[in-house]
Design a binder for this molecule. Structure first.
Ligand code: GLN
Ligand code: ZN
Length: 761
């Protein structure tokens, strides 16, 4: 019985690649230094998998930045602006595409399916020339072979590559990107020929777009592509790997009848329908790579359950054609649990990071082959049982309260326009009120204070004094700038999810549980392992302290339940919506405590609500329903006179505008400055919007300082489609990553622009 791993994290157990990249980019180390770190990481990963007994070990899943960009390099599809003149693509051109350089901006980056990983979007057009320009796949295959490991080279599949690309600037709208298949396949053929010559016997094409809703024209591209590649591929075993969801029935038919393909990889964790599809029709004589070990999470596999799934598949596809695998690349989980020395033993026994998942895959394969490691399986069963019964996981009271929410509706009693009137009587704000999103610049000094307090190097008293001083500074600044609704600046927060997770029960934190987000950037999501409750108020002290420093309204600042959920590793022993409802109840208590403490405006950020949207349209309605419901639960019992704000970090919400309206917040502030037209077109098309809305008037992601005229111009554009009395004036997002030298002039101009337009109304 064989085992396979779809892909492996590149960063290294201690983020070695991150530090090597950043040092290279800063000019502090050489290209050879960087290559050395990368070579060592690859070698240790291959060795680790080989030692564990994995039969099909992937190569070319390493990347200096991103696997889609690697494919762009392989195809020589370098956009013109990088002035690349041909030949093998080196670090210069590669990193310029990834990060931009002094004169040319980077290529666009976007989310990889529903993960928190971001890939570099290929920019293609009718004039793109494709030439074989990066031998990385072949080199890595040879490199592993020289170490004695015969790997399965992994390529981004040609059809997914095109489906994930976009038309380059200036290319006519509606240009059929799939028509470029005939341009890229010759390069794929060259790569395949070289891999064969180097001795490869297997090849893996990642075609994850097969899990999306594809029309028949797109499906036809898969048939055409693999028919075209068939002769080049002859003599190789060809695995088409899919992940992140099941393959829809129509696509499954296309996939399983592709020419020249010998094996199919499926995500059996998220692929709810896949088992049924496989059981009802799986092509005779083909391999099934069964992704039973979850690559998207940090939980130890329930080995007994996986084993029984695998046994049921054995009967369908045949013993020698079943391969145990991961549900997707392990790059979406943390690297190695051995580095978690601070997690307590009980919680640790419930977890498996990438290194441990490799061992699980191998143990399952061995068990199927009749060599079950009884001790290993028994320890796993004991951990599963302890997770089910641990008092740290279950809180009856929370379970009951959350269960009671299902099926019922939670809304504020009064409609939004009446509430806004009631609030205005109390708040007495000018038209076009100004505000900011929450955080103010986080200086080195501020980070030092937080770090030292955490490490117990300074006392609580010293810490509180320092944070109070910071808040006072931010409050005074906002008063000087004459902003209408103030924020405290969030100096006590390192991260908008971690800050709350640390104070809620049911959360655990890792020391090294990093997951690549993009390039060298990694995130360390909290782990939600148990029922969530809020033992004590979390923000009331800081918010009331800040409010006491000013007579202007001070916004209470919270992270919403959906965002906390979507930016964490979530427990897999109950549906996500149940965990979300529990978090909603905890945040509800906080909202009510803030109100009771006299805070009149409370912002509940839902930065990641849209991110959680399922891949397939049929599942959108269900998700949006419970996500929006969770948000409403947090503030359904608040007085009419308390103003609830929410904030979202994207403007691309045209498709979910009705859900956003259904959140029933009094005011929403949203990103907008990078795509004015998109957002405003929703309203131009006649969507009725009665609540307050603050489309960001300038981009905080750039150090550029917008002029008063420019901001005024933006506001006027918005006024053309939105009622004057609902429009707010604010930046795009929090100011945490900016410098005071940027923030002060930018906000000065923002307030002047609002004042200027007020005089013109
Ligand atoms: N209130 C948060 C801040 O200003 C919101 C951050 C976000 O939307 N990502 O930092
Ligand atoms: Zn934001």
């Amino acid at each position: 019985m064989a085992s396979h791993i779809v892909g492996y994290p590149r960063m290294g157990p201690k983020r070695e690649l991150k530090f090597a990249l950043e040092s290279f980019w800063d000019g502090k180390s050489t290209a050879e230094d960087l290559e050395k770190v990368a070579t060592d990481l690859r070698a240790s990963i291959w060795k680790q998998m080989a030692d564990a007994g994995i039969k099909y070990i992937p190569s070319n899943t390493f990347s200096y930045y991103d696997q889609v960009l690697d494919t762009t390099a392989m195809l020589g599809a370098v956009p013109e602006r990088y002035s690349w003149t041909g030949g093998e693509i080196g670090f210069d051109t590669y990193f310029s595409m990834a990060r931009g350089n002094a004169t040319v901006p980077a290529m666009e980056m976007t989310k990889w399916f529903d993960t928190n990983y971001h890939f570099i979007v290929p920019e293609l057009g009718p004039n793109t020339k494709f030439t074989y320009s990066s031998h990385k796949a072949v080199n890595e295959y040879k490199e592993a072979k020289a170490l004695g490991v015969d790997t399965v080279p992994v390529l981004t599949g040609p059809v997914s590559y095109l489906l994930l690309s976009k038309a380059a600037k200036g290319v006519e709208k509606g240009f059929p990107l799939l028509s470029l298949l005939s341009g890229i396949l010759p390069v794929y053929k060259e790569v395949i020929a070289e891999l064969k010559a180097a001795g490869a016997s297997w090849i893996q094409f990642d075609e994850p777009t097969l899990v999306l809703d594809l029309d028949s024209q797109k499906l036809a591209a898969f048939s055409a592509a693999y028919t075209e590649l068939e002769s080049a591929l002859s003599g190789l075993n060809v695995l088409i790997e899919t992940y992140f969801a099941d393959v829809p029935a129509e696509s499954y038919k296309t996939l399983t009848s592709l020419s020249g393909v010998t094996a199919y990889g499926f995500d059996l964790v998220r692929g709810a329908q896949t088992l049924d599809l496989v059981k009802s029709s799986f092509p005779a004589g083909k391999y099934l790579f069964a992704g039973v070990v979850d690559g998207r999470n940090i939980w130890a596999d329930d080995l007994a359950a996986s084993l029984s799934t695998l046994q049921s598949l054995e009967a369908v596809v045949g013993k020698d054609k079943l391969v145990v695998s991961t549900s997707c690349s392990l790059m979406h989980t943390a690297v190695d649990l051995v580095n978690e020395t601070k997690l307590d033993a009980e919680i640790k026994s419930w977890l498996a990071f990438a290194a441990q998942k490799v061992v699980e895959v191998d143990a399952l394969a061995k068990a199927l082959a009749g060599q079950k490691d009884e001790a290993y399986f028994a320890a796993n069963a004991a951990a599963q049982a302890s997770r089910k019964s641990s008092p740290r996981v279950t809180n009856e009271e929370v379970q009951k309260a959350a269960a009671a929410l299902k099926g019922s509706d939670h809304r504020r009693a009064t409609n939004v326009s009446a509430r806004l009137d009631a609030q205005q009587k109390k708040l007495n704000l000018p038209v076009l009120p100004t505000t900011t999103i929450g955080s103010f610049p986080q200086t080195v000094e501020l980070r030092r204070v937080r770090r030292e307090y955490k490490a117990k190097k300074i006392s609580e008293e010293e810490y509180v004094t320092a944070i109070k001083e910071e808040i006072n500074k931010v409050v005074k600044l906002q008063e000087e700038l004459d902003i209408d609704v103030l924020v405290h600046g969030e100096p006590e927060r390192n991260d908008m999810v971690e800050y709350f997770g640390e104070q809620l029960s049911g959360f655990a934190f890792t020391a090294n549980g990093w997951v690549q987000s993009y390039g060298s950037r990694c995130v360390k999501p909290p782990i939600i392992y148990g029922d969530v409750s809020r033992p004590n108020p979390m923000t009331v002290f800081w918010s009331t302290t800040a409010q006491s420093m000013t007579s202007r309204p001070m916004k209470g600042m919270l992270t919403g339940p959906v965002t906390i959920l979507n930016w964490s590793f979530v427990r897999n022993d109950q549906p996500r919506f149940e965990t979300c409802y529990q978090i909603a109840l905890a945040i509800k208590k906080e909202v009510e405590d803030l109100e009771a403490a006299g805070i009149q405006v409370i912002q509940i950020d839902e930065a990641a609500l849209r991110e959680g949207l399922p891949l397939r349209k049929t599942e959108h309605a269900f998700y949006l329903d419970w996500a929006v419901h969770s948000f409403r639960i947090t503030n359904c019992e608040i007085k009419d006179t308390t103003q609830i704000h929410t904030h979202m970090c994207y403007s691309n919400f045209n498709d979910i505008i009705h859900s956003i309206i259904n959140m029933d917040a009094d005011v929403i502030t949203i990103e907008n400055s990078r795509s004015d037209e998109k957002l405003l077109s929703v309203f131009r098309e006649g969507v009725k919007y009665g609540a307050g809305i603050g489309p960001g008037v300038y981009d905080i992601h750039s150090p550029r300082i917008p002029s008063t005229e420019e901001i005024a111009d933006r506001i006027n554009k918005m006024l053309a489609v939105l009622e004057t009395n609902i429009l707010w004036v604010n930046p795009d997002c929090g100011l945490k990553t900016r410098k005071y030298t940027e923030v002060k002039p930018a906000l000065t101009n923002m307030v002047s622009a609002a004042k200027l337009i007020r005089t013109q109304l």
